[in-house]
Design a protein around this ligand. Structure first.
Ligand SMILES: Nc1ncnc2c1ncn2[C@@H]1O[C@H](COP(=O)(O)OP(=O)(O)OP(=O)(O)O)[C@@H](O)[C@H]1O
Ligand SMILES: [Mg+2]
Length: 314
């Protein structure tokens, strides 16, 4: 069953098209990743799907309601955690929970039960009287997610929920997302962390308002990037990139942390052994020390970088 159906959705601000005629479906209970660089159109899309921002064209059904014709019912039936999440720092944790509960009309036993659930989910059972402003970002994010689903919606939208937190907090947050999904809740999440996208059941990649790729993480890697890829660890990576960018059979190079990824042209599929040795040779002749060079399977980041380059060229 589809929980979200997007059809030809478009948003224009004056002459500028922020979201350009996008269409896709999301199944009930899926963790759906919406991926794109800064300014790609992620937040604009999410705001339209939440019934907060009116589309300029197209429509979407969210939990059975049209965002165009019935945005009020959309809003009532979803949870939304905005990029600048909406907790009040000068309220206590309990006051924040009460505030969100009151928006959705929770009271009595139900309020008590859901409040306990939010506190437990956020790991804040002992701190309900502390000011929210005193929490670390990781705790704030868990609390924001808890309050976003306090009314038990079937669909929740999370706009870059893990920005600015350490890897452990991010991991904890993703455990929570998976928990919601096992309960049958659809999770629509935007991110530009490609390692996080690996945890999604399905992903759409958006660039300049347009969908450029979609599928499961595995499908994206096999369907969109067949070129051989090497990873190398060497001295002076800046110089290495300069040297390699001049080589005709190399399609692209990119920094991956301290390493470099080298994508070969597709015509080199059967030459990879030989090219491995040639790359080493080029770097060593250029005076660099190569401690490792090996062929690797593409990561989602490789897929994304290569798709973006293709998009720029066309
Ligand atoms: N209210 C607005 N008026 C004019 N332009 C806007 C408005 N809102 C967004 N835009 C533009 O639309 C484009 C997409 O913005 P959006 O916020 O959707 O990107 P994003 O993918 O969420 O980026 P980020 O990763 O930085 O959050 C940007 O170029 C932005 O400047
Ligand atoms: Mg955004």
């Amino acid at each position: 069953m589809n929980s979200i159906e997007v059809k030809d959705l478009t948003k224009k601000f004056g002459n500028f098209t922020s979201v350009d005629n996008i269409s896709f479906d999301v199944k009930q209970g899926e963790v759906f990743g919406f991926l794109g660089a800064n300014g790609a159109g992620k937040s604009t899309t999410i705001k339209m799907l939440c019934g907060i921002l009116e589309p300029s064209g197209g429509d979407a059904m969210v939990g059975g309601f049209s965002i165009k014709k019935d945005p009020d019912n959309v809003k009532r039936n979803i949870g939304y955690m905005s990029q600048k999440f909406s907790l009040y720092s000068d309220l206590t944790i309990e006051e924040n929970i009460n505030f969100f509960a009151s928006i959705y009309g929770l009271e009595g036993e139900k309020l008590k039960e859901r409040k306990e659930w939010v506190l437990k989910t956020a790991g804040l059972e002992d701190r309900k009287d502390s000011l929210t402003g005193t929490l670390s970002t990781g705790f704030k994010q868990r609390l924001a997610l808890g309050t976003a689903v306090i009314h038990e919606p079937k669909i929740v939208f999370l706009d870059e929920p893990t920005g600015g937190v350490d890897p452990i907090s991010r991991k904890n947050f993703w455990d929570l997302i998976n928990e919601l999904s096992t309960q049958g809740i659809t999770v629509f999440v935007t991110t530009h962390y490609l390692d996080e996208a690996e945890f999604c059941n399905r992903i759409m990649m958006i660039d300049a308002g347009k969908i450029i790729a979609g599928g499961s993480p595995g499908e994206l890697k096999t369907n969109y990037l067949t070129n051989p890829i090497f990873e190398t660890e060497c001295s002076k990576p800046d110089q290495a990139i300069n040297l390699l960018d001049d080589v005709s059979w190399i399609k692209s190079t990119a920094f991956f942390g301290e390493y470099i990824h080298i994508t070969l042209n597709n015509t080199e599929i059967n030459n990879s052994e030989q090219r491995n040795a040639e790359i080493r040779d080029i770097l060593e002749k250029g005076g660099l020390k190569v401690s490792r060079i090996e062929r690797i399977p593409p990561s989602l980041e490789d897929v994304f970088v290569n798709l973006l380059e293709k998009d720029k060229q066309s």
